[in-house]
Ligand binder design. Structure first.
Ligand code: PGA
Ligand code: ZN
Length: 427
């Protein structure tokens, strides 16, 4: 159980931007991991190292690739891939900064992930089981499939818009199994497609970065009306609920929130969400407030946190220190988990553990720039998150993850559990 070789490649992500892919070799073969990339990234995230200069419009990752092939390779060749904490510890020490400013989180993370993939193979167990063990579960405790939150209307930066709510998701809480949930979602997605085509013609069914439709519909209420109509047409009025990711840091400027032509103070925006979540069956609201508007978050939690899941993404950036702040300020009751926000598997597992210990639910999430990598599907099952957010049930960068969960569910057989409406109560 020895890392014999590690090699990074400059590959392309789902938006056509360069990203780092790593091949890690042990006596058991070659193991891969690819890094995703955000568009509405939080300013407190670990550093995504991009080259400057004309190549790829300044978005090349040649330096991150070189860091893996030289500095990181030199440090980790000969190490044991099954000792994740030791390996990640060596990478963090080698980097030596708080935000992975020296090596780049996009250099450290794929090495960290590929080691876990190799470690699962070394033990001849599925990746989700290995990740469950690293998290702290003994064997067999991690047979919970997640409830998918599927982004069927893309807005904001993912659809070339400014001052706009980013994600309008459907949540199949009434399904009996994960596979039934995926079918409900796909059928609803196609009902929505048909309705958008009827109303807006071919322009209405163009899609955004996460595979959801990106129609020119100005208000969040009109968008949600169409989404509700679509899942009702599909026959799932009782089974389906809604979720929103505002990504509000993107429309926060000079202390004011701007949605379309309207402006809101922090308190006015909280009232807006209060009304919206009473008018629509919304079970989850992510990044309702901006990444440093802690008072706004606390107010939002106090007002609607008892009936809606309040998820911190850009606010918390999968960072245990910021999750501790959220505990102290009563700012959230749920944490979005993205590996590349913090930049190593060990730190990500710490963030999940701390969240669960604090009574927060967790949602394992993709980025808007994705790849064929499906590690996060196994992560969701391994840590028993109970919820994932992988975009629309369309485009292979999204469905690589949803499909991996279908295969995991099949492999678990009758042991597979789907939490349904209890998706927040697993811990
Ligand atoms: P990002 O968006 O990957 O572009 O940051 C996803 C999200 O905000 O959840
Ligand atoms: Zn988000």
């Amino acid at each position: 159980m020895t890392i014999k070789d590690v090699k990074a490649y400059e590959l392309l992500d789902s938006r056509g931007n360069p990203t780092v892919g790593v091949r890690l070799t042990t006596e058991n073969g070659d193991f891969w991991a690819l890094t995703p990339s955000g568009a509405s990234a939080g300013s407190h995230e670990a550093l995504e190292l991009r080259d400057t200069g004309p190549r790829y419009g300044g978005k090349g990752v040649g330096t991150a690739v070189k860091n893996v092939n030289t500095l990181i390779a030199k440090r980790i060749l000969g190490m044991d891939e099954t000792q994740q904490a030791e390996l990640d510890g060596a990478l963090l020490e080698l980097d030596g900064t708080k935000s992975k400013d020296a090596l780049g989180a996009n250099a450290v993370l794929p090495v960290s992930m590929a080691a876990a993939v190799a470690a699962a193979a070394a033990q001849r167990i599925p990746l989700y089981q290995h990740l469950g063990r690293l998290y702290g579960f003994s064997n067999g405790a991690n047979a919970v499939l997640p409830v998918p939150m599927c982004n069927v209307i893309n807005g904001g930066k993912h659809a070339g818009q400014d001052n706009d709510i980013q994600e309008h998701m459907i949540v199949p809480v009434g399904a009996k199994s994960y596979s039934e949930a995926i079918r409900m979602v796909a059928e609803s997605y196609h009902e929505l497609q048909a309705e958008l085509k009827r109303r807006f013609g071919p322009q209405g069914i163009l899609i955004g970065d996460e595979g959801g439709f990106a129609p020119q519909i100005p208000t969040v209420q009109e968008r949600l009306d169409l989404v509700v109509k679509a899942y009702e047409e599909a026959g799932y009025r009782d089974e389906m609920r809604l979720a929103i990711d505002s990504a509000s840091s993107e429309f926060f400027a000079d202390g004011t929130y701007h949605i379309g032509a309207k402006s809101y103070s922090s308190g006015e925006l909280v009232d807006f969400y209060d009304e919206l979540t009473k008018a629509y069956p919304i079970v989850s609201l992510e990044d309702g407030m901006a990444e440093d508007d802690w008072d706004g978050w606390t107010e939002l939690m106090a007002k609607i946190g008892s009936r809606v899941q309040i998820v911190g993404d850009d606010l918390l950036v999968t960072n245990p220190e910021r999750i501790e702040m959220a505990v102290a300020k009563k700012a959230v009751n749920s944490v979005l988990i993205k590996l590349n926000q913090i930049g190593s598997l060990t730190e990500t597992l710490q963030a999940v553990r701390l969240s669960h210990k604090s009574g927060f639910s967790t949602v394992i999430s993709h980025r808007s720039g994705e790849t064929e990598d499906r590690f996060i599907a196994d992560l969701a099952v391994g840590v028993r998150a109970g919820q994932v957010k992988f975009g629309a049930p369309a485009r292979t960068d999204r469905n690589a993850k949803y499909n991996r969960l279908l295969v995991i569910e099949d492999g678990l057989g009758s042991a597979a559990k789907y939490p349904g409406a209890g998706f927040r109560d697993l811990r």
